[in-house]
Structures are given as C-alpha cells and as structure tokens.
Design a protein around this ligand. Structure first.
Ligand SMILES: Cc1ncc(COP(=O)(O)O)c(C=O)c1O
Length: 475
C-alpha cells in the first residue's frame, strides 16, 4: 500500500491520529492490507507524511490494542496474522452456518489475543521484567535436578507455595501432599476422571456453565446432566430430581461461570449433604475468586467439606497468564495415594522450570503484589467498558452487575439471536461469545460475553463499543 494513501486531511474535523487509524482499518477491511503484511515504522511514516511521531504512535497503539496490528519489537510491526479475512465477511454470515457446524466443539481461543477475548488477563500489566529475571535464573542454573524427570505431582516448592496461599487467602487448610499441579483446568479434570470416575459416569454440570469443562467431560466419556442455575447458584433439588444417583457435580460457587452470582450458603450445604450421602464428588472450580470488586466472597465450598467429598481446583491462567498452562487440584487426604498413582501414569504437568518460576514469584511476594494491582486495574477497566456499552447501546443491552471476575455479561433485552450478533462481531475481529453457546437448555433472552481486562482506557472502550455497534448493523 502506498504511504501517500494514508495522508490525512488537515481540514477534516476528526483528529489526525483518528484519520490515520481509520485509513488503516479501512485498508485492512477492504483487503488492501492483509494479515502478515508489514507496516512502516512510526518514524518513517511520520517523516513521510510530515506528522509528529506522537500522532502516528497514538494511531498505532490503538490499532495494536484492538488487535489489528501486531508489534514484534525489533522485527517491526505487521497486520496481525491471526486476523480473520475481513475483506470477505459475507463468506461467514451467521445465517449460513448449518446446525451441524454449530454443534461442533468450540475450541479455546488460541494464538494472538483479540479485543474483548474471554479469559485473558491484562497482558500489558504483567510484570514481565520480574518474571524474566526469575525465569532466567532457573534457566541459567540448569542443575541436575532440573534436567532429570520431574515429580508428576508437581514441583514441591510450587505445591508448598500453593498450599500456603490457599490457607491465607481462601481459608483452605491443606498440606502440600494434597496439591496436584496440572496442565490447566482440563488437566485437573482429566486427573479426576482417570482416578475417581468411570466412563459413562453420570455427573451434574451447571446450565449455563463453563463450555470447555462440559466439552472436556463429554469427550472423556462422562454422561452429563445439565442442572439449571438461579440467583442462588446450581438448583441442587432439581439435580436430585433429574439424576439423584449422579457420581459427581461440577460447580463454580464463588462466581458462577458465566452468570456471575455466588452460590448461597443453604445451596452449598445442600450440595455437600447430597454428596456425602451419595458418596458423590463435588468438583469446585474456583477459577477467578482473586478478583472481586464489591462485597465479601463466601469462603470456598472446600472450607466446609467435613467428609472429604470436595475436589478443589484453581488456575494460574487469570492471575498470571494462560500460556503457562498451570492449574492445581487439592484432593482429600484419603485420596492422595490414588491420585499420586494416576499422576505417575499420566506424566504430570511438565516444565519444572516454569513451575519453579511460579513458586519463586509467589514466595517472594510478587504474586500478592500483582493481584493487588490487578484488582484496582480491573475495576477501572470494567468501568470503561460498561460505560461505553451503556452509551452506545442504551437499553438494547443490559449489563449484569457481577461482583468479580474479568468478563462481562451483557444480556440482550430484545428477542435477537446472540449467536448471530456474536458471529457478526467475530467477523470484525472482536472475540465476544454468545451466552446461548454455554447453555444446554435455552431459556430467556440471549447475552454476550466479553473480556474487559485488556480494555486499557475509556477511548479504547468507546472505539470497541462503536465497532460492536457497526458489526451488529452490518449483519
Ligand atoms: C470457568 C472457568 N474454569 C476454569 C478456567 C481455567 O482454565 P485453564 O486453567 O484451562 O486455563 C477458566 C478459564 O477461562 C474458566 O473460565
């Protein structure tokens, strides 16, 4: 693309950085610039167009933070290779997606982060320098123990750090022997399936509930009974009516995924009572309890577990970053031996050096500091997105006030298909998801799920909200 085509019009009322930003977007949308194409450096474009470097920088920052550009450091900036082909959105119009294709398992978003992507923490605010320093030390030392077979249960230093952290922050009294480090949450589910459950075993899952847990458990051969959730969390009595003899239940009691409410104390006690009487297992997925913006979280189910029926899981994906692929599972003392045997068969979570880095990060206080900083940062970023959506959509969307987490649920107030809207947004590169995809039984209006952790300021939130509006209108 000829640089002169980017020449801004000084008589135009839009600021120059905004004109530059729009020209690039248009060039990408019309296919003049394609994923992987290099863009000129800030310095050379500024000098070619006779603009201040700060002006070009501002446009580039917006394009990068919205996922159009990918900055590769000294290797230069390119149009994001992960961008879908925006030149031909018609090829993916939602109405043409067949029922069969829609039923195919959805995979967790991978590759380059996209705007509003669910499950991604603030990548710009991660303390990279500290991390690289700690990781570098382990890489350089590369002693015999680091080169030998690692403990399949996870590095002992990390298991101790996790046990100490849970004791202080979640009131869970456990020893490091009960902690199993796993390759993400699905690694924990796999360990549970292999150790305690039989293929074909019946289990309750929340409806709506975390899509990827449901998909994994089905893949692992479990027979799932979707149990509705209301404002108190999973309806345990309905679960008992539908499948009283189920062998397990998977719940997100602290912050229901994706609706966001906490499971009430009576429901928690009811669930634990059912599990104890039926010798069933409760899998507690405490995936984002670290982030809470108002009110006190209830203690985890695990802290009420008198009979050893709760398998507690947590993940480093939201508190550190998902590329680590590290999560953990706390098992009742009575089950430690069985879990150790399975972990030895399955081979463990790998990468002892990464685990040692996480352990140092926790022990040296960086983890607690990072969480404290992220809590206030996320409260602000959440506010930017909520304000921008309310301004842009008025009463077409109703934002659910969630007490915590790093995603928002915007309920549709009209009878519109959330899948159609989500696909229209996805064709424009926005990674939002449809609530109905996380639901087995359709009920009520649909909704849109979006991650706010990488919405860095109010201007970016407004741009994203406008893009969303334009994508909805274009469908
Ligand atoms: C409800 C829920 N559980 C668990 C996880 C953690 O998954 P993982 O550890 O595989 O990243 C997530 C991540 O997005 C989640 O949303």
């Amino acid at each position: 693309m000829d640089m002169q085509q980017l020449h801004p019009d000084r008589s135009h009322e839009a600021p120059i950085f905004m004109q530059l930003y729009r020209r690039y977007r248009e060039a990408i949308n019309t296919g003049k610039l394609r994923p992987g194409d290099r863009v000129p450096s800030v310095r050379s474009l500024a000098s070619e167009l006779n603009l201040a470097r700060g002006t070009v920088e501002r446009a580039y920052q917006m394009l990068t933070s919205e996922g159009y550009f990918l900055a590769r450091g000294p290797a230069g900036t390119v149009i994001s290779p992960g961008l879908p082909s925006l030149a031909k959105p018609a090829a993916t119009t939602p109405s043409k997606v067949s029922g069969k294709a829609a039923a195919r398992p959805t995979s967790v978003a991978s590759g380059h982060p996209r705007p509003l992507q669910l499950g991604l923490p603030a990548l710009d605010a991660f303390p990279r320098k500290t991390w690289v320093r700690l990781a570098g030390r382990h890489l350089r030392s590369l002693d015999g123990a680091a080169m030998s077979y690692p403990d399949a249960q996870g590095q002992q230093s990390l298991r101790r750090a996790i046990a100490a952290y849970l004791g202080v922050s979640r009131g869970i009294a456990c020893a490091h022997e009960q902690v199993f480090v796993t390759a993400g949450y699905r690694g924990a589910l796999e360990l549970i399936c292999r150790t305690l459950l039989k293929p074909g075993e019946v289990g309750w899952v929340e409806d709506p509930g975390y899509l990827f847990a449901r998909q994994f458990l089905e893949y692992a051969g479990m027979q799932l009974t979707p149990v509705p959730v209301d404002e108190e969390g999973m309806e345990v009595a309905t679960g008992q009516q539908l499948a009283a003899k189920a062998g397990f239940a998977v719940v997100t009691p602290t912050h229901q995924s994706p609706l966001g409410m906490a499971m009430s104390l009576p429901r928690r006690l009811q669930l634990l009572d059912w599990a104890s009487r039926n010798r069933a297992w409760v899998i507690e997925d405490d995936y984002d309890s670290e982030f809470r913006y108002h009110g006190q979280p209830l203690p985890p189910l695990k802290s009420l577990d008198r009979d050893g029926r709760v398998l507690y899981t947590g993940t480093f994906s939201k508190v550190l970053f998902p590329g680590l692929r590290l999560a953990y599972l706390i098992v009742p003392t009575s089950q430690v031996e069985r879990f150790r045997n399975s972990a030895n068969q399955l081979g463990g979570p790998g990468s002892p050096q990464q685990q040692a880095t996480v352990a140092d990060f926790m022990e040296q206080g960086h983890f607690a500091r990072h969480l404290r900083r992220m809590r206030s940062l996320y409260a602000a970023r959440r506010g930017y997105l909520v304000d921008a959506l309310l301004q842009q959509f008025d009463d077409r969307l109703q934002i659910q006030s969630q007490a915590g987490g790093i995603h928002l649920l915007a309920k549709l107030t009209r009878r519109e298909s959330d899948r159609t809207l989500a696909q229209a947004a996805q064709s424009d590169g926005l990674a939002i998801a449809a609530l109905s995809q996380w639901q087995v039984r359709r009920s009520g209006h649909g909704g849109l799920l979006m991650g706010f952790a990488n919405v860095t300021d109010a201007a970016m939130a407004q741009t994203l909200a406008r893009r969303l509006q334009a994508a909805f209108q274009s469908r």
